[in-house]
Design a binder for this molecule. Structure first.
Ligand SMILES: [Zn+2]
Length: 408
C-alpha cells in the first residue's frame, strides 16, 4: 500500500481503490476495469453476467440463513472522467494516477482522482468480502459509459437483474440521501372514457389557476414551485358538490413546470351556488397555505356553457390520474437508510432531490417497480483535476452501506 493510504480504514476498501487508480477506465473503454472486477468475482466464486453493452452484474449469494431476504442491488459505474492539467505527467486514461494528501482530503496530482465512482465500486467489493456481514443476496451492478450520458444504464439488459431494491453509491455528500434525480420522460396515458350530452338546465363553469412561478422541470424541480395542473386537480378533488368534467388542460412546454391550467365542469342546477362557494373556499385556503412560495397565485371561476361532459366516475378518474406522484414515502430502501443513519450517526439523514441526472433515475423510469436511493462519501470538484474525497467520510459511508445492506 502506498504511503498516502497507509493505516486508512477500511483497509480492504482502500486497497481496491488503489488498484483502480492503476486501471484505465475512460467512458466507453471499461474492458480493463470489468476484467478486474470479473477476475475478483471469479476468485471468490461469485457468478457474473454481462449484457450486450458491457454492464456487469456480480451475484453475491446470501449468507447462511438469509436466503429468504429480498435481493439488494449495489449499483456503481465503472468509468471515470479522465481530465488532466496540460503539464501533467500522469494520465488516468492510461491508468496513471498519483495519489496525494491535503489534510484529510485525498486527491491526485494534476489529474482527476476517480473517486467518482471508484470509492463506490471499492465499497461494494470490500463489502462482498466482509466476513462479518450477514446478508441476503446482493447483486453488484457495474455500469459502463455513465459519464458520457448514462449510455450504459439506458441500454442495460434489465432482465439480468433480479433485485428490485437498490442502493446507488454515486452521490457526493455524506449525510445526505438522494431520492430523485432529473430525468426526462413523456407519459401518455389513455383512459377509456365517454362523453354525454349535458342537460340544458345544467350550469357550466370554467375554473382557472394562474400566476405560478413555473421554471425548468429539471433544474428547478427541487425549489418547491407548484405544478398548476396538480393544484387545479387538487382543488377540484376537494369539492363535495357533484360535477362532471368537460375538459382540463395546462402547461405549455414539456420541460417547464406548468404555470397555468384550466378546467371546464358542469354541475346540476341546484349545485350551482354551492359549487361556487366551495371553490372559493378551497382557493382561499390553498392560497394561504402557499402564500410564501407562490405569491401571485390567482384563481377564477367563470360561467361557461357546456355541450357535453364525461361521466362523474370518469371525471374522478381523470382527476386522480393527474394527482399521481412518486411514492417516495413508501420507499422501503429509504426507510432502511433513515434507520441506519440514525443508529450510526445519531442524527436524521438529509433527504434531497438532485437536479443532475443520476443513473438510478434512468433505471427507475425503465423499471417502475424499482425502489432506489443514492448515497456517497463527500467528494468535491469531480470531473476536474481538483477532484478530492474527504477521507474521514469514507469509513462512515462504508459502515452506513454495510448497516443498510445487512438489514434488508
Ligand atoms: Zn459518478
Amino acid at each position: 500500500m502506498q504511503e498516502v493510504l497507509k493505516n486508512l480504514e477500511p483497509a480492504r476498501l482502500w486497497e481496491i481503490f488503489e488498484d483502480l487508480t492503476k486501471i484505465a477506465r475512460p467512458s466507453g473503454g471499461e474492458e480493463k476495469v470489468r476484467d478486474y472486477v470479473r477476475a475478483w468475482a471469479e476468485g471468490r466464486g461469485f457468478n457474473c453476467a454481462q449484457d450486450e453493452v458491457g454492464n456487469l452484474i456480480v451475484d453475491v449469494p446470501a449468507t447462511a440463513g438469509r436466503h429468504d431476504r429480498p435481493t439488494l442491488v449495489l449499483q456503481v459505474h465503472g468509468d471515470m472522467i479522465c481530465e488532466r492539467d496540460q503539464d501533467a505527467t500522469d494520465d488516468p486514461a492510461e491508468g496513471r494516477i498519483t495519489l496525494r494528501r491535503d489534510g484529510d482530503w485525498l486527491l491526485a496530482t494534476k489529474t482527476t482522482l476517480g473517486a467518482d465512482n471508484g470509492i463506490g465500486l471499492a465499497t461494494a467489493m470490500a463489502l462482498a468480502e466482509d466476513q462479518g456481514a450477514e446478508h441476503g443476496r446482493w447483486e453488484i451492478l457495474v455500469t459502463v459509459d455513465e459519464e458520457s450520458g448514462l449510455k450504459g444504464v439506458k441500454q442495460l439488459n434489465a432482465n439480468l437483474l433480479s433485485g428490485r431494491l437498490m442502493l446507488n453509491l454515486d452521490s457526493e455528500e455524506q449525510g445526505e440521501v438522494t431520492v430523485s434525480s432529473a430525468g426526462g420522460e413523456d407519459v401518455k396515458i389513455l383512459l377509456p372514457t365517454r362523453r354525454y350530452l349535458v342537460s340544458s338546465s345544467a350550469h357550466g363553469f370554467e375554473a382557472r389557476v394562474r400566476g405560478l412561478r413555473g421554471g425548468h422541470s429539471g433544474t428547478d424541480i427541487h425549489l418547491g414551485h407548484l405544478n398548476t395542473i396538480q393544484v387545479l386537480a387538487g382543488l377540484l378533488n376537494q369539492l363535495e358538490v357533484p360535477f362532471r368534467l368537460v375538459n382540463i388542460s395546462g402547461g405549455q412546454a414539456r420541460n417547464g413546470i406548468p404555470r397555468e391550467a384550466s378546467a371546464r365542469v358542469v354541475v346540476g342546477r341546484d349545485g350551482h351556488n354551492e359549487f361556487s362557494r366551495q371553490w372559493s373556499q378551497a382557493c382561499h385556503d390553498l392560497g394561504r397555505l402557499y402564500e410564501d412560495r407562490e405569491k401571485n397565485l390567482a384563481f377564477s371561476l367563470d360561467e361557461a356553457k357546456p355541450v357535453s361532459a364525461f361521466s362523474s366516475e370518469d371525471s374522478q378518474r381523470i382527476i386522480s390520474t393527474l394527482l399521481w406522484q412518486l411514492p417516495v414515502d413508501s420507499s422501503h430502501v429509504l426507510r432502511l437508510v433513515k434507520e441506519a443513519h440514525l443508529k450510526q450517526v445519531g442524527t436524521p439523514i438529509k433527504v434531497v432531490a438532485l437536479h443532475a441526472g443520476l443513473e438510478c433515475g434512468t433505471l427507475a423510469s425503465r423499471m417502475p417497480d424499482l425502489d432506489v436511493v443514492s448515497l456517497g462519501p463527500t467528494i468535491r470538484f469531480p470531473h476536474s483535476p481538483d477532484e478530492r474525497v474527504l477521507i474521514r467520510t469514507v469509513p462512515a459511508f462504508y459502515q452506513l452501506v454495510r448497516e443498510i445492506a445487512t438489514q434488508v
